[in-house]
Design a protein around this ligand. Structure first.
Ligand code: AMP
Ligand code: GLY
Length: 427
C-alpha cells in the first residue's frame, strides 16, 4: 500500500525507516520530510497543516494510510478532516480525533481528564484573566518551586518552573497578559514534583493498546541537566529503573484508566499516546500527555521494535490491536542529538555536514538538515540524532558518543552525559 507520513524531524526519519521496512509498504511519501526521510521514500513539499494540499496529495498518490508525526495537524483536527470528507474517509489516519488531541492541545483539559479518571498527577488549578487574583492567592499558598503552564501549544516553551513566589506571581501575570500569545490565555498552576522523569508510549485503537518500549529523554541543553529546555538532546530505551512493579503501577494507574476514560468520554483515539511521568519515591505521577510519539524518544524506541509497524498501524485503524503482539528487542538503545551551536537560542544555519558516510554501527537520523546544491547542510537547531543498539546501556552510549565525534559541522554541540542519571542510579 502507499503510505503518507507527515512531519520533517528526527522522529519522522525514524518512522520513515520503520515504515519502509514493512512488507506492506509499496511506496512511502513524506510531507515535507528531510534528506534523511528521502532515503526511504519520496519527499513532498507541503505543510502538515495544509489539509487541502494533503487531500490532493492523497488522491494523486493513491494513499491508503496516513501516519501523523507532529502534534500540530492532530490538534488542528486532521483526523476529523479525513473522516468527514467523502473522498478521504476510507483512508485511515493514525492519530487521535481533534477532541482527543486536546489531551496535548490543552493542559487544563488534560488535567481535568486526569482528575476525572483518578490518574495521579500534581495538585493544580487553572486560571484565566478573570480569575487572575484568585490565581495569585493560589500561588501564594504553594511551596516553591511553582510550576506554571500555558494551557495551549507553545512549541515546548510554555512551562515555567519558578524558584520564588514573587517570580511565580510576576510570570503568572505576564502569561495571562499574553507572554505566550493565545496559548497562555489560560494558565495551569501546579505543585512541583521532585522525582525522576520517564516516558511510556502506547499504540491504541481506542479499545486496546500495545505497550511500546519505555524511554527517557534529556531536555536540558547542558550536561548534568542544566540550562535551558530544548526539544530533547538525547534519549535512552529502555528505562533501566522501570521494573515490573513500577510498570504494573503505570499500567494500572495511568494507562488503563486513560483507555477507559477515552471510551467513557467518547474520545476517538487511534494512535500513539505518550505518557510523560514523574516517578516520586517509586510512585508514578502524570506530568503530561502527548498525542504523538516523542522526539528524540522515537529514535531510541522504534529501532527496538521488531514487529512490522505498518501491520500494527492497520490493526490500530481496524480496532484489531487486541489480537496483535509486539516483539521488542532486549537490546538497549541510546540516541545522542547533535545541535547547532547556540541552540536553543539563536544559532546559525547552512553549515556543511561531513562524516556521515564513515559511521558504522549507528543509524544517523536527520532532523534539521537540508540538501543545498548537492551538499548536506544544517538547517535547524537539532541537526542529527545518532542512534545505537548495545547489549548494555553503557555499550549503546559508547557507540553513539564515538560516532557523534566523527560527524563534523561548524559549532556542533552535543551532550556527552546522556544516560548519566540512570547509570549513576545503578552504581
Ligand atoms: P511539559 O511541557 O508538561 O512536559 O513540561 C515540561 C517539563 O517541565 C517536564 O518535562 C518536567 O521536566 C517539568 N515539569 C512539568 N510539570 C512539572 C511538575 N509538576 N513538577 C516538576 N517538574 C515539572
Ligand atoms: N522529547 C519530548 C517531546 O517529544 O515532547
Amino acid at each position: 500500500m502507499n503510505i503518507l507520513l507527515l512531519g520533517s524531524g528526527g522522529r519522522e526519519h525514524a518512522l520513515a525507516r520503520s515504515i519502509a521496512q514493512s512488507k506492506l509498504c509499496s511506496q512511502l511519501f513524506i510531507a515535507p520530510g528531510n534528506p534523511g526521510t528521502a532515503q526511504h521514500g519520496k519527499n513532498i513539499l507541503l505543510s502538515p497543516t495544509d489539509f487541502d494540499a494533503i487531500k490532493k496529495c492523497c488522491l494523486e498518490n493513491k494513499i491508503e494510510l496516513v501516519v501523523v508525526g507532529p502534534e500540530d495537524p492532530l490538534v488542528k483536527g486532521i483526523y476529523d478532516f479525513f473522516i468527514s470528507d467523502i473522498e478521504l474517509k476510507k483512508i485511515p489516519v493514525i492519530g487521535p480525533s481533534k477532541d482527543a488531541a486536546q489531551l496535548e492541545g490543552s493542559k487544563a483539559f488534560a488535567k481535568e481528564f486526569m482528575l476525572k479518571h483518578n490518574i495521579p498527577t500534581a495538585a493544580y488549578q487553572s486560571f484565566d484573566v478573570n480569575s487572575l487574583e484568585k490565581g495569585v492567592e493560589f500561588i501564594r499558598a504553594l511551596n516553591t518551586p511553582v510550576v506554571l503552564k500555558a494551557d495551549g501549544l507553545a512549541a515546548g516553551k510554555g512551562v515555567l518552573i519558578c524558584k520564588t513566589l514573587d517570580i511565580a506571581e510576576e510570570e503568572f501575570r505576564n502569561m495571562l497578559h499574553g507572554k505566550f500569545g493565545s496559548a497562555s490565555e489560560r494558565v495551569v498552576v501546579e505543585e512541583f514534583l521532585h522525582g525522576i522523569e520517564m516516558s511510556v508510549f502506547i499504540l491504541s485503537d481506542g479499545l486496546n493498546y500495545l505497550l511500546l518500549p519505555t524511554a527517557k529523554d534529556y531536555k536540558k541543553i547542558g550536561e548534568g541537566d542544566t540550562g535551558l529546555n530544548t526539544g530533547g538532546m538525547g534519549a535512552i530505551s529502555p528505562v533501566p529503573f522501570a521494573d515490573d512493579l513500577l510498570m504494573k503501577k503505570i499500567v494500572g494507574q495511568m494507562i488503563q484508566p486513560t483507555i477507559d476514560g477515552l471510551q467513557e468520554d467518547k474520545l476517538v483515539y487511534k494512535g500513539f499516546i505518550y505518557f510523560g511521568l514523574m516517578i516520586v519515591n517509586g510512585e508514578p505521577f502524570m506530568i503530561e500527555y502527548n498525542c504523538r510519539m516523542g522526539d528524540p524518544e522515537t529514535e531510541a524506541v522504534l529501532p527496538r521494535i521488531e514487529s512490522d509497524l505498518v501491520e500494527l498501524f492497520l490493526a490500530t485503524a481496524n480496532e484489531k490491536l487486541s489480537v496483535k503482539k509486539i516483539s521488542i528487542s532486549s537490546k538497549y538503545c541510546a540516541t545522542i542529538v547533535l545541535t547547532s551551536g547556540g541552540y536553543p537560542e539563536l544559532y546559525e544555519k547552512g553549515k556543511t555536514i561531513s562524516g556521515i558516510e564513515s559511521i558504522k554501527n549507528s543509524v544517523v537520523f536527520h532532523a534539521g538538515t537540508t540538501m543545498t546544491n548537492g551538499e548536506l547542510q544544517t538547517s535547524g537547531g537539532r541537526v542529527l540524532a545518532i542512534t545505537s543498539l548495545g547489549n548494555t546501556l553503557e555499550e549503546a552510549l559508547k557507540i553513539s558518543k564515538s560516532n557523534a565525534e566523527k560527524i563534523q559541522f561548524e559549532e556542533k554541540y552535543f551532550r556527552h552525559d546522556i544516560g548519566f542519571d540512570v547509570l549513576n542510579l545503578k552504581n
